[in-house]
Design a protein around this ligand. Structure first.
Ligand code: UD1
Length: 388
C-alpha cells in the first residue's frame, strides 16, 4: 500500500509525527514473506510555514523524517495558498499514484490536498475529522467542512466530533473514533520537556533581551500567552484593548510570557502597539518556541491565554487553566463544562478580567477524554491497513 501524507503548517507537525512512527512500527512488524503488506510512505510538506522556528525546528524536535517532497508554497492570500498547493500537489499525485492520501487538521494545505485527492480519484483519510466551530468566518471551519465532505475515512478525536459527522449525514462506516493524535505526541515528549530549565527556555527565545533583562521565572508565578487568529490580531479596535489589558492590568498582577507569532508581530507593528508591548515591565516577549519548550512552560504556567486549538487540548490534559480567546470552539471537550480546564472568553476585556479572577480561586485537574491516551496513531494505521 502506498500512502502520501501531507503537512503544511505548524499545528500539522505534532499530528503527523506519531503517524509516521506508527507506520515505521507497522512495517517493522511485517515478516519478509509478507512484503506486499508493507506501507510505502511519502511525506509531503506544502511549505505553508517555512520559517525555521515555525517548521524545521519541529521536524527536528519531533524526529519527523525530512519531507520527501517540499512544494515550497510559502505565504499568500488563502486563494493563492490553496491554488498554488493544488497545482503542485496534483503533479505529485499523478506521478506517485498512491492508494491513500492522509491529511491532518484544518489548515489550507489540508483543504487544498483533499480536493486534489478526490479529483484524482484517490482515497482520502482525514485525521482530526468532525471538529466544528459552526463559525463560517473561520477559514479553518471551511477547510474542515470541505475536507470532511470529501473524505472516505473520517478519523475523529472524540465522540462529539463523530456525532457532528452523523448529524451531517456521513455514513457510519466512514467514521472511526480513534482518539486525539496530538496526545500521542504529548505523551512521547512529556518527560523530555519536564527536564528542561524554564529560565533557559526563556533566555534562548527572548526577544529584545535588552528590554527584558530582569527575570527569574522559576521564582515567580507566570501566565503564558499565544495569539495569532485573524479575528484577534487583524483589527486594531480588537487588538489594542487586548494589549492595554495585558500591559496595564494582567501583567501588573502576574508575569506574562508571550510567544509572538509572525502574523501578530506584523500586526502589532502596523498598529503602533509594538513599543507598548516591548516596554511593558512584566511582559517577556519570545519568538515562536519549540514543541518541548511550549510544553515545559505550559506545565508550570498558572494560566494560559490562547486562541490556539492545540494548546487548548494540551492545557486540558495537563490541567492548566486556559482562557480561550475565542467566541466558539471546535474542541468543546476541553471546556470546563465538559470537565476540561478551558473557558471561552472571546476578545472581551470584561470576560478576561472576570475569568482571571475566577481562575485564581479554583483548582483545575488534568483530564484525559476517552482515547486521549497515546495510542491514536496505532489505531489509525490498523484502520487504514484493514480498509485497503
Ligand atoms: C495557519 C493556519 C491556522 C493555524 C496557524 C498556526 C490556515 C488557514 N491557518 O495560520 O489554522 O492555527 O497556521 O500557526 O491554514 N509567516 C511567516 N513565517 C512562516 C509562516 C507564516 O513569517 O513560516 C507569516 C507570513 O507573513 C504569513 C502570516 O505569517 O502571511 C500568516 O501565515 P499563514 O500560513 O497564512 O497563516 P497562520 O496565521 O500561520
Amino acid at each position: 500500500m502506498k500512502i502520501i501524507s501531507v503537512v503544511g503548517a505548524r499545528p500539522n507537525f505534532m499530528k503527523i509525527a506519531p503517524f509516521v512512527r506508527a507506520i515505521e512500527q507497522y512495517n517493522g512488524s511485517i515478516s519478509n514473506a509478507n512484503n506486499s503488506r508493507l506501507i510505502t510512505h511519502i511525506l509531503v510538506h506544502t511549505g505553508q510555514h517555512y520559517d525555521e522556528c515555525m517548521s524545521k525546528s519541529f521536524f527536528e524536535a519531533l524526529n519527523i523524517p525530512h519531507p520527501d517532497i517540499d512544494l515550497e508554497i510559502g505565504s499568500g492570500s488563502h486563494a493563492e495558498q490553496v491554488g498554488r498547493t493544488m497545482i503542485e500537489f496534483e503533479k505529485v499525485v499523478r506521478r506517485e499514484k498512491p492508494d491513500w492520501i492522509v491529511v491532518v487538521g484544518d489548515v489550507n494545505a489540508t483543504c487544498a490536498c483533499s480536493i486534489v485527492a478526490k479529483k484524482e480519484h484517490i482515497k482520502l483519510a482525514h485525521i482530526e475529522a468532525g471538529l466544528r466551530s459552526f463559525d463560517m468566518k473561520m477559514p479553518e471551519e471551511i477547510n474542515r467542512l470541505v475536507t470532511d465532505r470529501l473524505s472516505d475515512l473520517l478519523l475523529t478525536p472524540d465522540e462529539i466530533s463523530s456525532q457532528n459527522l452523523r448529524n451531517e449525514g456521513v455514513p457510519e462506516d466512514k467514521i472511526e473514533f480513534v482518539g486525539n493524535i496530538m496526545i500521542d505526541t504529548l505523551e512521547v515528549h512529556r518527560e523530555t520537556a519536564s527536564k528542561m530549565d524554564i529560565n533557559q527556555v526563556i533566555s534562548k527565545n527572548i526577544l529584545h533581551s535588552d528590554l527584558n533583562h530582569d527575570f527569574n521565572i522559576t521564582a515567580t508565578k507566570f501566565a503564558l500567552m499565544t495569539l495569532h487568529r485573524p479575528s484577534n490580531v487583524d483589527k486594531k479596535e480588537i487588538l489594542e484593548p487586548i494589549v492595554n489589558f495585558l500591559c496595564d492590568e494582567l501583567s501588573r498582577d502576574i508575569q506574562l510570557l508571550w510567544t509572538i507569532h509572525p502574523r501578530t508581530r506584523k500586526q502589532l507593528q502596523m498598529f503602533d502597539l509594538w513599543d507598548k508591548v516591548t516596554s511593558a515591565d512584566n511582559i517577556i516577549l519570545m519568538n515562536p518556541i519549540g514543541y518541548h519548550e511550549m510544553l515545559r512552560l505550559n506545565m508550570d504556567a498558572e494560566l494560559v491565554l490562547t486562541d490556539s486549538g492545540g494548546l487548548q487540548e494540551e492545557c486540558c490534559v495537563l490541567g492548566t487553566p486556559c482562557m480561550t480567546m475565542r467566541w466558539n470552539t471546535e474542541r468543546p471537550i476541553t471546556l470546563r463544562k465538559h470537565g476540561g480546564s478551558c473557558v471561552l472568553v472571546g476578545n472581551s476585556i470584561e470576560n478576561l478580567r472576570k475569568e482571571y479572577a475566577v481562575i485564581k480561586t479554583i483548582e483545575t485537574k488534568p483530564k484525559h477524554p476517552p482515547l486521549w491516551d497515546g495510542s491514536t496513531a496505532k489505531h489509525i494505521v490498523r484502520v487504514l491497513t484493514n480498509k485497503n
